[in-house]
Design a protein around this ligand. Sequence first.
Ligand code: FE2
Length: 383
Amino acid sequence: MLPTIDDALKELEIAGGINPGPWTKHSENVGIAARNIAEKIPGMDAEKAYILGLLHDIGRRIKFGPVDIPTHVYEGYKYCMKKGWDEVARICMTHSYLRMSDEFDYEPESDNEKEIKKYVLNCEADDYDRLIQLCDSLATDYGFVILEKRFVDVTRRYGIMDGYINGWEIAFDIKEHFEEQMGCSIYDVLPDIGKTTLLTPKPWRPPLKLICPTMEYADAIQEYRKVFLESGDSMDGCGYLRRYDNSQDWIDEIHALEHIETTPPNWVTCSQFILVRTEDNKMLGSIQIRHHLNDFLGKFGGHIGYSVCPSERRKGYATQMLRSILPECAALGIDKVLITCIQGNEGSKRTILKNGGVYESTVYEPEEGVYLERYWIDLSDYQ
Ligand SMILES: [Fe+2]
């Protein structure tokens, strides 16, 4: 079964929100290349080819930041199987392995790779597998390029690996296989390939990074703290940062709270992240996941706390942080995330609603004397 084109485009857009990067534009171009080639081949379904191309890398939605080959392959497979899209799930498994069973002449160590090996050894590549493998090599985020150019680019980035040249030969064989059926060159149906092949754009850098705090950001952390102390705003989602005028002390506490053995009694283990602008290393926001709910958190605090630097609000940073952190919550075994916000805090409420929060109730928190709205976000899509 396959999703519709509209659903596939929507999936890609959502995934790009979770893990922004050039991979979504690349996926769109793989889809276009696959569709244009399939249109010229009798018996191939161009719409199916387009959808397979759009979603072949969908496993990259699993987390914010770089995702390695076996992880994106297997996560994509699992995600599509859960959705009932078995034909896309198959492409997730096969698209990175041009040499198919020959790729696995070794015993993989990771569980993901073991599953991939089992699958690929029992799979004979069909024309859709080959088409997406080929288009994966023809499509970049900035357009289409000839195979020779793509192979040199990838090799410059990662070096020569075992079986690489053999993989190139297979790609050229696949190209010929389709061209015979098309009666023309594959390059004839890839828009502007002559122009884009000559481009060498700078490697993409994420505009924002959501990372665990380190001393590299010691000054940015203190600047963040200072702005909150001066404005009197509540420093949410950063533990007891307000107490620490030395970033190292705060980072030490964060590491202690990651493990149950070093977490004080009555506290819960936590994961701490900060949102940093890559351009100037400014800390824009802070977000904390509490791994479990105790009495207080279950009523008032919730699983997640966050804040954004006052001068950087209304730019979507809180929404982005929350969206990026949800896969992490699922990986920690949380099925449903509880988030609370002070009644009347429209910005925070919008952030929660945009990430699928469902309102449950409003409760009175006597210590601060405030009413808190409780929302739940179901994480079954991230499991
Ligand atoms: Fe790809």
